[in-house]
Design a protein around this ligand. Structure first.
Ligand code: GLA
Length: 391
């Protein structure tokens, strides 16, 4: 695929690309809506990626070609404005904007983007695009950025240019992911540990269930959850709870009559989810996949009832998993409100489970779901190409 993309680049720009970069999407095994609450997450990078070919220009213009949409876009680095027509281009613009804000004075480029991560499916296609852009620019212009800084720049693009107040999880895993390893990240101090997770060896698989539901609402609902959980923490400070990571459920429950019911539920989710992440890490280290599956399912229940970010289509995945003996656990992954879920399942039972989900979705009149059997793979990379645009 990559070779033919290089040829497309030559057709469009009449020159060879100088650098190729790529960055993966992710599944989050557990630890949902905990990143911006400075808690724990446990994502893994997957074998669906965003790819970027680029070469420098001598002016301050950026010429882009999006191979997925067969669309072009052009902008000047002297004035980077949000585009209402081409939403995809804002992730690219956002990275240039963030780099300029951080004091880099960049030249223009010709660039081609392509990816196989389904869009708006909760598999982090936007973070992968941002990370592939910052990696590519870092290599081409020899910016010498540390990987953590690249993750932060990519997040800044999304927070302050695109306008979604996301945490750092997606950009971080897209950079630091490794083959057959989950990444246990403390989002407060940004320390991480890579935890070996060879599912194939255990006869297991992560099945991604794409509900097909895409909600325009999701970014505003997402920002609302960020506000609610930070308000809840503000209230808890009165009772000596200064961080979700240090809070216990019993301390919260003792004060439950004094806290607004909605905020109480949000805090209940974040505190319990942090505990589940720590337990999940222990379970993986002991190869206790039954326990891992249970924690995954408990996470969904809390996201549904406490954080209220599920939807009937994703609940169908969860409900079906409870009744299907080859499935160890299932939950929504990513922000929720639609998008995807994951199921931890015995490999040989995967097809039977898919059929059940298809049938049940049909019975309920839901959109036909999609499925991806993903593998855990390495994070972003970038390298110079030779004079003919090849590796
Ligand atoms: C989205 C955001 C992440 C994280 C998840 C929810 O994927 O980009 O930062 O908050 O939602 O866990």
């Amino acid at each position: 695929m990559k070779k033919s993309l290089g040829l497309v680049f030559q057709d469009i720009f009449n020159s060879y690309p100088e650098v190729f970069s790529s960055a993966p999407g992710r599944i989050n095994i557990i630890g949902e809506h905990t990143d911006y609450n400075l808690g724990y997450v446990l994502p893994a990078a997957i074998d669906l990626r965003s790819c970027f070919f680029l070469s420098r220009r001598s002016d301050k213009k950026v010429y882009l070609w999006a191979e997925n949409f067969k669309k072009k876009d052009t902008f000047s680095l002297q004035k980077i404005c949000y585009s209402e027509q081409n939403k995809w281009v804002n992730y690219v613009k956002g990275v240039f904007w963030a780099l300029e804000e951080e004091g880099f004075n960049l030249q223009g480029i010709n660039g081609l983007v392509w990816g196989d991560i389904p869009l708006e499916a909760g598999l982090s296609s936007s973070a992968a695009l941002e990370v592939s852009i910052v990696q590519g620019l870092n290599t081409l212009f020899k910016l010498d950025l540390e990987p953590k800084r690249m993750a932060e720049i990519a997040r800044r693009a999304e927070n302050d240019f695109v306008g979604v107040k996301c945490g750092l999880m997606d950009q971080f895993i897209s950079i630091f992911g490794q083959k057959n390893k989950a990444l246990f990240l403390d989002c407060e101090i940004l320390k991480y540990q890579l935890i070996p997770l060879d599912l194939e060896k255990a006869g297991l698989q992560i099945l991604v269930f794409d509900s097909g539901v895409r909600r325009e609402l999701s970014s505003s609902e997402y920002n609302k959850r960020c506000l609610e959980s930070s308000r809840a923490l503000e209230l808890l400070k009165k009772y000596g709870i200064y961080s979700y990571k240090d809070a216990t459920l019993s301390v919260l429950e003792e004060r439950k009559d004094k806290i607004n019911k909605v905020l109480l539920k949000r805090a209940r989710h974040v505190i319990s989810e942090n505990n589940r992440v720590k337990k999940a890490v222990e379970a993986i280290k002991k190869s206790d996949f039954l326990m891992l599956g249970q924690l995954i399912s408990q996470s969904h229940k809390s996201l549904r009832d406490n954080y209220e970010v599920s939807c009937p289509e994703l609940d169908l995945l969860y409900d079906s998993a409870q009744e299907f003996s080859g499935c160890l656990g299932a939950r929504l992954t990513g922000a929720g409100f639609g998008g995807s879920g994951i199921a931890l399942i015995k490999k040989e039972k995967s097809d039977a489970f898919k059929n059940i989900l298809l049938k049940e979705a049909g019975k309920r009149g839901f959109v036909r779901p999609g499925f991806y059997e993903v593998n855990i793979r390495e994070g972003a990379r970038a390298n110079f190409l030779n004079k003919e645009g090849k590796e």
